[in-house]
Design a protein around this ligand. Structure first.
Ligand code: NAP
Length: 525
């Protein structure tokens, strides 16, 4: 549900904004601290005339908050700093039949109680929102839980907690609070402000936030980072998370609660995993979503994952090794490879796994026999280790070729296999060459880690890169008569294996490949 705050500087402008907003939103919030000489009775009645179903929240914030929200020019209109005037205004809102009034936790439990009993005396039609705003930072999750408990003390209709995101991980804290509130059957609005908080605004609706705030247009933003109503609708449509069930069903689900998954990496903007996993979840009939998070601190991200009851995570560059020390348990494959690309959350216990090796092996085995065949692995990083592990497990023989000789030799020694420098690749006799470096990946499609003439004689060449679909390495290999395997199947298979670990169900691999293929073809120049 979308709520448009009405922040116009005059009563006349506010009436115009109400006229437009009632067509676009489920809720409007009358920001009486910002509407100059606002006539509450007139504003409420205009909204009711425009839409019988619109819900109305009446709010009167303190001056400082209006100023921080970028409304400094109007602050002279603010009435919010006199508690007596504020109480009088909120009581008037109750008498006029507003659906909700918003009172800050900072005003104290006595004020909250007074307003609550005033509501009850007037038929209890108006719900109380107890709100907490931190305009500087986002406290730690345990502190936020304490604040939530204070807000929830008077059993309000809704608890609202809004904090300033100083770093991207702060989003996970406010979203962690949504799970915390839902477990306690308390309706909540929890989100972060600021540029680094936009993720929470986009993702929170799918996590069960009671409503999303969106501005009528950019001029009317009531808080930094707020989307416009058009943007919010687009995001909701993209996430395909428009709720059809009433909130009560979400708060007290009769069946399973939503199963949400995340991608943790930095950067993640280009990742196609959300597209692939969300399509798969939908097809599998699983209520839940998969969202990408660009994180700075993997430890904090995993802590939030536990708190939010996120069922599983994919881990990508640069955290495949760094996450390991924060996990409760790591499976034998991932331990041997020395990297985790999948996390399973089993009631707060996080288990690390690796599906990259399986993704690669399933792809290879579809095209050729692995047993007793020789594979030149170009690279000595995490993917090279996963490739070598899978190949050896299937009875194949790896050979390492890497740019940095020392690093390549360390890996080759560990695997007890030969090492060659990149310039020697043409001399090696092998059945398949696999590129596990990022050379040739979009936007550097004109690069290849191996010279074209060195590819002659390799029956198969595989690239773990899937964007572009045909890398320069693969195009060169084709010219040399090699059979080629793109990284697309590996990507689909490693993702499908993640879904199998998370859900115990067989994922729709063909569909997953189809959506990624379509997206890659669409974005080809
Ligand atoms: P990584 O641990 O950082 O290792 C990268 C390797 O690439 C290192 O051995 C590095 O060599 C080599 N390298 C980097 N730049 C190079 C250059 N200009 N010339 C020659 N060698 C170079 O990375 P990773 O996690 O293994 O990931 C590697 C690639 O695999 C990424 O593109 C990733 O997207 C892809 N991947 C794809 C899938 C899939 O499902 N298709 C799954 C996992 C990963 P030095 O030792 O000399 O630095």
């Amino acid at each position: 549900m979308i709520c448009i705050p009405i922040t116009s500087g005059t009563n006349k402008e506010a009436l115009r904004a109400i006229e437009k907003s009632c067509r676009l939103a489920d809720f409007i919030e009358l920001r009486m601290d910002l509407i100059g000489r606002g006539n509450l009775a007139q504003l409420i009645s205009a909204a009711r005339d425009r839409s019988a179903s619109i819900k109305i929240i009446v709010t009167c914030r303190k001056k400082e908050e209006a100023a921080r929200a970028g409304k400094a020019r109007r602050v002279k209109n603010a009435v919010g700093n006199s508690i007596d005037r504020k109480i009088a205004l909120l009581k008037e809102a109750i008498e006029l039949g507003a659906d909700f009034i918003d009172i800050e936790l900072a005003e104290g439990q006595a004020v909250i109680k007074t307003l609550k009993s005033f509501c009850a005396k007037h038929g209890g039609q108006t719900g109380i929102i107890v709100s907490y705003h931190n305009l500087k930072e986002t406290p730690e999750l345990d502190k936020l839980e304490e604040i939530f408990n204070q807000c929830a003390k008077a059993k309000p209709a809704i608890v609202k907690i809004v904090t300033m995101a100083q770093k991207v991980e702060d989003n996970m804290k406010t979203m962690g609070l949504i799970s915390y509130a839902r477990k306690r059957s308390q309706k909540i609005i929890s989100l972060c402000m600021g540029d680094k908080g936009v993720i929470s605004r986009a993702v929170a609706p799918s996590m069960g936030n009671y409503l999303s705030f969106a501005a009528l247009d950019l001029k009317e933003q009531s808080a930094p980072g707020q989307f416009t109503v058009g943007e919010m609708r687009q995001i909701n449509a993209l996430l395909q998370r428009q709720r059809t069930a009433p909130l009560e069903q979400v708060l007290c689900p009769s069946g399973d609660s939503p199963q949400n998954y995340v991608l943790l990496g930095n950067p993640v903007r280009q990742s196609l995993s959300p597209l692939m996993h969300n399509e798969a979840l939908k097809k599998m009939g699983i209520e839940g979503s998969y969202n990408a998070f660009c994180v700075d601190d993997p430890g904090e991200a995993l802590q939030s994952m536990r708190a939010m009851n996120i069922r599983g995570a994919s881990v990508t560059i640069p955290f495949k090794v760094a996450v390991m020390k924060y996990l409760d348990d790591i499976d034998a494959d991932a331990l041997e490879i020395g990297a985790v690309n999948t996390i399973i959350n089993n009631h707060g216990r996080l288990r690390g796994c690796n599906t990259d090796w399986l993704g690669l092996i399933l792809t290879l085995k579809k095209a050729m026999t692995v047993e007793n065949k020789t594979f030149v692995i170009v690279g000595a990083g995490g993917t090279a280790r996963a490739a070598a592990y899978g190949i050896m497990k299937e009875g194949g023989l790896p050979v390492i070729a890497n740019r940095t000789v020392e690093k390549g030799k360390v890996l080759a020694d560990k695997l007890n296999c030969p090492f060659y420098s990149l310039s020697e690749i043409g001399k090696i006799k092998a059945d398949c060459l696999i590129n596990t470096t990022s050379v040739g990946m979009y936007p550097h499609q004109d690069k290849s880690p191996v010279k074209i003439r060195a590819l002659a004689g390799y029956p198969y060449v595989m690239d773990v890169i899937y964007n572009p679909l045909k890398t320069k390495l693969l195009a060169d290999a084709e010219k040399q008569g090699c059979k080629i395997l793109s990284g697309l199947d590996m990507f689909v298979n490693q993702g499908a294996e993640q879904l199998r670990l998370w859900t115990g169900k067989e994922p729709p691999r063909a569909l997953m490949k189809k959506v990624i293929l379509a997206r890659l073809i669409q974005s080809e120049p």
